[in-house]
Unconditional design. Structure first.
Length: 80
């Protein structure tokens, strides 16, 4: 459909563990992704999701694949 957003959204499922394993912080990951650290905190607590672009930038900074850190959120926009 024209005008509908098709951007993918991601929930962090392995990010906390990866940051701890590499002795990195949420603030570091936010800086690398070019977003605010509260956004990352909100995502880690399940209150927000992250764009595909942000997930990819964090994964690249950690040297890990996106699917090791994030799970794609599947939503049905047809109900909206």
């Amino acid at each position: 459909m024209v005008g509908m957003s098709t951007s993918r959204r991601y929930r962090p499922t392995g990010l906390r563990e990866a940051l701890a394993a590499q002795e990195r912080t949420v603030v570091w990951s936010a800086r690398k992704a070019g977003v605010s650290h509260p956004l990352i905190f909100l995502a880690l607590t399940g209150r927000r999701t992250l764009s595909e672009n942000v997930a990819e930038r964090i994964a690249a900074a950690l040297g890990l694949p996106v699917d090791a850190l994030f799970t794609e959120v599947v939503r049905d926009d047809r109900a909206a």
